[in-house]
Every structure is written in C-alpha cells, then in structure tokens.
Ligand binder design. Sequence first.
Ligand code: ACO
Length: 412
Amino acid sequence: MLEKIKECLCVCNITEERTQKEYSEIISTLFDKGYFPGLKGIPIVESTISNIDGEKGILTFRGYPVEELANNCSYEEVCFLLLTGELPNKKEQEELRRKLLTHKKVDSKVTDLITNMDRNLHPMYMLSTGVLLLQGSDNTSFNIQNQKENIERVIRLIAKLPTLIGVYRTNNPNFAEGKEFNSFAQYALYCLDEGSSQNQKLVDIFEKLLILHADHTINNSTFSVRAVGSSHASIFASIASAINSLSGPLHGGANEKVIKMLEEIEVPENAEEYINNKKSQGEKIMGLGHRVYKTYDPRGVYFKKELLPQIFNDNNPFEIDSSLEDLYKVAEEVEEIALKQLGSKGIYPNVDFWSGLILKAMNIKSNYFTTIFALGRIMGWSAHWLENIESKSSIFRPKQLYKGSEIRSIKK
Ligand code: ACO
C-alpha cells in the first residue's frame, strides 16, 4: 500500500522524500486506525517560528540554529527574535530589557493570594494560577485584535513570570525590593536563588539554559496555547493552559523526575539493573525519548558538551557538592547504558535529561525545575499565540471516532 500512496503523492506534486515519508505514514494511519492517536505527526498549522529536523538533530528559531543563539545572544535578543521574526539592534535590545525589568512588579492583590496559597501546592500549579490572576490588572486583555498591544501585553506577562515564582518561593512579596539587575536572566535567577544570581558565570549558564528551552514547534504545551488561543481566549488563559500541560512528566515535568530517578539509582553500579527493571515493567525511563527526535536532542548535546563541563570540571569556579558529582556520574552511566540498549530504537537523552543537574548546581530545589522550563518557553508560547491571531486561525476542533452505544431510551 505504501508504494500506492507514494505514487498518489507524486501525482499531487509532493516529491520531497521526507514529506513523502511523513504523509505516507499519516495516510496509512488513517487507513489502519481511522484516527490519529495523539495527533502524531499531523500538521495542524503553518508556522515560521521554529523548525526541527528530527533525523539530523537540528533545531532552529526563525532560521537560526539554537546553538548559535545560545552562544551569541541574550534572553532579550531571543525573545525579540521569537516575537517579531528578526533579531533586535542594540537599541531595541536595550529597550526590551528596560521593559522587562520595569514591568516585573506584580500587583499586591495577586501577591497576597500567592503568599496565602497552600505551601504544598506544586510551583507549576501556583504559576498557572498566578498567570490567570494577572488578568485582573489588565481589563483590556479580552480585546486581542491589535497586535502591537498584544506584543506589549506579552512583554508585561513575561516580565512577571519570575516574580510569581520568587514571591511563592520566598513567601515574601517584597523579596527583590531595592535590588538592581543587569539583565532579565539575572533577575530570573535571583527569583530562584539569590546567591547564584550574584555569580556572573552561573547567570550566563542559566541564560543559555533559558534560550535552549525557548521554543520547540508544536509540542504539547504549544499545542495547548494554540488550541486555547484559537477560541480567542486571552493570553493569560492560553499561557496558563500551556503551563499546566508542561507540568506533566511526559513533557516538561520530566526534568524534576530525572533527578529523582538519579537519586533513586544512587550509584553508577545500580544503573543497569534499574533500567532493566523499568523496561521489564514496561515503564518509561525519564529524560529519554522524544516524539520528534530520532537521534540525540541538540539541546541535550549542548548541555552535555558546552554547559555541564563548565560546572563539572576541576577548574570550575564554584563549590560543587560531592553528592551532586555522584549524581552526574550516575547520569553518565544511565546515558551510556541507554544508548547501548535503546539507541537503535531512536531513543536518546532529551533536554530534560541533563538540565536538572545544572539547576541543582545553582542550588535550585527540584520542584522548581519545570517553572524554569516555563521561563524559557514562554517566549515561544507567546510567539505562537501571536502567530495564531495574525494568521486568523479558525477555532481548533478536531473530531473523534464515536465508539459508544447507539441512541437508547431511559426505561423506568
Ligand atoms: N524509556 C523506555 N522506552 C521508551 C522511552 C523511555 N523514556 N520512550 C519511548 N520508549 C519506547 C516505548 O516503550 C515504545 O516502545 P515499543 O515500540 O517497543 O512499544 C517506543 O519507544 C515508542 O514510544 P512512544 O511512547 O510511542 O513514543 P512517543 O513519541 O509517544 O513518546 C515521549 C515520546 C512521551 C517523550 C516518551 O519518549 C517518554 O515518555 N519519555 C520519558 C518522559 C520524558 O523524558 N519526557 C520529556 C520529553 S522532552 C519534553 O517534552 C520537553
């Protein structure tokens, strides 16, 4: 059947090999199942924001490889690029930095609610709730027709995201009172750990980590932003739903779970048995595998080759706890075994596999890891929300295959 599908695609002038392969898979799934479980591989929008080549392990934002952006750009530059399509000049970059640092303050009506939240509430649920609460100070947010105003609204929201985290973490609405910050990344790190934010080397690493997370095509949380935004819901409703989606362990929540897993394994010698047990129970190993990449995730490669050596080497300028060094050794062993056992199936470490070790070195508690993913990804989510409006997308409304009972009557 695949050959027949290929012939049909050629007749329709679809001749590029990769597209032919993807479309053939979609059409055979349709014949085979009649629906698309998890929308796997289904194109749902046209977008110009980011692109992935999952076979070659390439990720670009607006055409620039993510490694180049991490090596050369600030958070503000990448934010401007994602929101507008082009890198800013010096003045535009400074202007965005000024706006982000000016709008970081959150209204006391919101901070009062945050400081009264149950301390057991996971920081990701605080964050999505906090984002919704911010709508209260923006009574024009339901008018989404003006893109210039939308961009300004997005910038104000991005500015406040770390503040929500800082208020909840310290239980103090004035935790940053009187402090000056050189960059948005430094402020974001301050909200998570004051001490680390005073170390420029750590701020640089943190900034690169945020950039690596900034966008990733139509993943689960970005799909949520697009789906919710397509009903013309506000940016607050759309981003809150994305944060909730990201919290799941099969998505961004994996970074927190990876550290738990490494702690559970304890020493490298236990890694093989742990992996074999998980596999025999049909359970997933956290931090491995990806829907799109069938090779090493380029963000994972960047962590491994560029960022981790800056922390875990003898000449590094920070104090690294020996227990963290041990976790790093466990991670290296898990990676080696996973590559041997699962690499041939296209399962490799993903972005979440390594990021937790870096955040732990910054003294950040693991239940805050996924909020940091959100601090990076909010740039991409916002760009997708804006693009959805720009493209006048129709409301998302897929369909189901109904398998329930025929019409019946209540018999009393
Ligand atoms: N550990 C062991 N086996 C795995 C893993 C894993 N982490 N991931 C996939 N596989 C295996 C599956 O068991 C399956 O094997 P089978 O064909 O023999 O049944 C095969 O690979 C395909 O797996 P699917 O679950 O169908 O792949 P899918 O594309 O649906 O899922 C996902 C991708 C959700 C990321 C999955 O790999 C996973 O759950 N990984 C662990 C959680 C994780 O790290 N999530 C973060 C992803 S990155 C991000 O979202 C930021």
